[in-house]
Design a protein around this ligand. Structure first.
Ligand SMILES: [Zn+2]
Ligand SMILES: [Zn+2]
Ligand SMILES: [Zn+2]
Ligand SMILES: [Zn+2]
Length: 354
C-alpha cells in the first residue's frame, strides 16, 4: 500500500496573472484564487480562533472529482494564523481548511478553458468586494474615499500606514479603474506569503539511484533540528537537554526521509483515498477524523503539505515563527454539495517535537 502512486507538488515561479482564478491554479502564497466568486467565506470564518487576527492564505490545491459534474472544478484552500504564538505543537487550531466546487457550467467562468491572455478583462469586483490587503471577503470600506475595501480593521490600518493615507484624498470622487484586485499590493507584500505556482506531477516510482539517501536524510534532519532549536530559544537548559540527548530511532521518520528523497523539494503529496506519510511514530496529534459536518458522510485522506514548504515562504526560524512537520488534510469522501459554498474540512498538524 505504501508503494501506491502518489502525486507530488513542487513550486515554480510563475507570472501572477497565470495564477488568476480563471486558470484554476494550484498555488502557494499571494491572495487566494477563489473558485466560487460570490459566496465567499465571511471574515469570521477565516479569523484565528485564539488571537482573532485575520488568517492568511497559505495555499490551494485544484483537485476536481472528474466523476461528478457538481465538482468539475474543485479547490481546497488552507489558511493559517501567522502569529507564532498561536502555533502549538501537534495542534492544528491555527489552521482553517475549506473546500469549494463548481459545475463546468457556472455563472463565473466560460465553459471552455481561457486563453493565457494577460490583458483579458476579468474583474472579481463584479461578484464580491475583496480585501485590498489579503484578498478575502471585505465587508467594510475606507470611510473617507469609499473606494477601497477591507476584511478587517487590522488590514485597513495596515493599508493606511503603508500608503493609502497618501492616496485616499485623490481617490475621493475619482473614477477608480483598478486593473485587477488579485495582484498583491504594497501593503500585502510584507504580510502575505511569497506567491508560487504549485505544479503537481506523479512521484517517481523507484528510489532515485543518484541521490545520496543519507545526505538527504541528514539535510532534512538538520532542517528539523534548526526548527526545533529555533522554537526552543528562551527555554530552560533542562528542557534543551531533553532535545540534545540521543533520541531513540524513529522508524517512521526514517521511512519518511527515505521516501521524500525521491523528490527532496516536494511541498505537497496528493493521494486521495490513500494514506498519509507521517513524519514520526509519535501519534500525539493523530486524532479521530470527524465525519463531514454537512452530509455526515465519511472523510478520507486527500493530501498533505510537507515541511519543505516552510523554506519557500520566508517564515524564518526565529523564536515564535510558524512551523509544522506535516499538515494532513481530510475531506468529505463524497465531496458533497450540502451546506455553504465554502465548506470546512479537517486538518491534522503532526510535528517532530513532542
Ligand atoms: Zn492567531
Ligand atoms: Zn484582509
Ligand atoms: Zn480611503
Ligand atoms: Zn460531505
Amino acid at each position: 500500500m505504501g508503494d501506491k502512486k502518489v502525486d507530488i507538488g513542487v513550486l515554480e515561479e510563475s507570472s501572477s496573472f497565470l495564477l488568476h482564478p480563471r486558470f484554476f491554479p494550484s498555488k502557494v502564497g499571494g491572495k487566494p484564487a477563489w473558485l466560487d466568486l460570490k459566496n465567499l467565506p465571511s471574515p469570521s470564518e477565516t479569523t484565528c480562533s485564539s488571537c482573532e487576527d485575520p488568517l492568511i492564505f497559505l495555499c490551494q490545491v485544484y483537485a476536481p472529482y472528474e466523476e461528478s459534474d457538481e465538482s468539475f472544478h474543485r479547490s481546497i484552500f488552507i489558511f493559517i494564523c501567522k502569529n507564532g504564538s498561536c502555533c502549538q505543537s501537534n495542534n492544528a487550531e491555527n489552521f482553517v481548511v475549506i473546500r469549494n466546487q463548481l459545475p463546468r457550467k457556472n455563472e463565473y467562468y466560460s465553459f471552455e478553458p481561457y486563453e493565457e491572455d494577460e490583458n483579458e478583462e476579468f474583474s472579481m469586483e463584479k461578484w464580491s468586494k475583496l480585501c485590498e490587503v489579503c484578498g478575502t471577503k471585505a465587508p467594510s470600506h475606507c470611510s473617507k474615499c469609499k473606494k477601497i475595501y477591507y476584511c478587517s480593521r487590522k488590514h485597513q490600518i495596515l493599508d493606511w500606514k503603508k500608503g493609502h493615507k497618501e492616496k485616499c484624498d485623490e481617490m475621493k470622487g475619482a473614477e477608480i479603474v483598478k486593473p485587477c484586485n488579485f495582484i498583491v499590493t504594497e501593503s500585502g507584500k510584507g504580510l502575505l506569503f511569497k506567491e508560487w505556482e504549485l505544479v503537481v506531477d506523479e512521484e517517481d516510482e523507484e528510489e532515485a539511484t543518484n541521490v545520496d539517501e543519507n545526505s538527504e536524510m541528514e539535510k532534512l534532519r538538520k532542517l528539523m533540528q534548526e526548527k526545533k532549536a529555533g522554537s526552543l530559544t528562551g527555554v530552560s537548559e533542562a528542557e534543551l537537554d531533553q532535545y540534545t540527548q540521543e533520541q531513540p530511532v524513529d522508524k517512521v521518520f526514517n521511512k519518511f526521509s527515505k521516501r521524500i528523497a525521491r523528490h527532496p523539494d516536494q511541498v505537497l503529496r496528493y493521494d486521495r483515498g490513500g494514506a498519509p506519510l507521517w513524519i514520526t511514530g509519535n501519534t500525539n496529534s493523530v486524532a479521530h477524523i470527524p465525519n463531514c459536518e454537512y452530509c455526515n458522510g465519511e472523510r478520507q485522506f486527500e493530501f498533505q503539505i510537507m515541511p519543505q514548504l516552510l523554506n519557500f515562504i520566508d517564515v524564518g526560524i526565529e523564536l515564535n515563527s510558524i512551523d509544522w512537520g506535516v499538515l494532513v488534510v481530510y475531506t468529505c469522501k463524497n465531496s458533497c454539495s450540502e451546506g455553504p459554498a465554502y465548506k470546512r474540512e479537517f486538518i491534522i498538524k503532526q510535528d517532530l517535537s513532542q
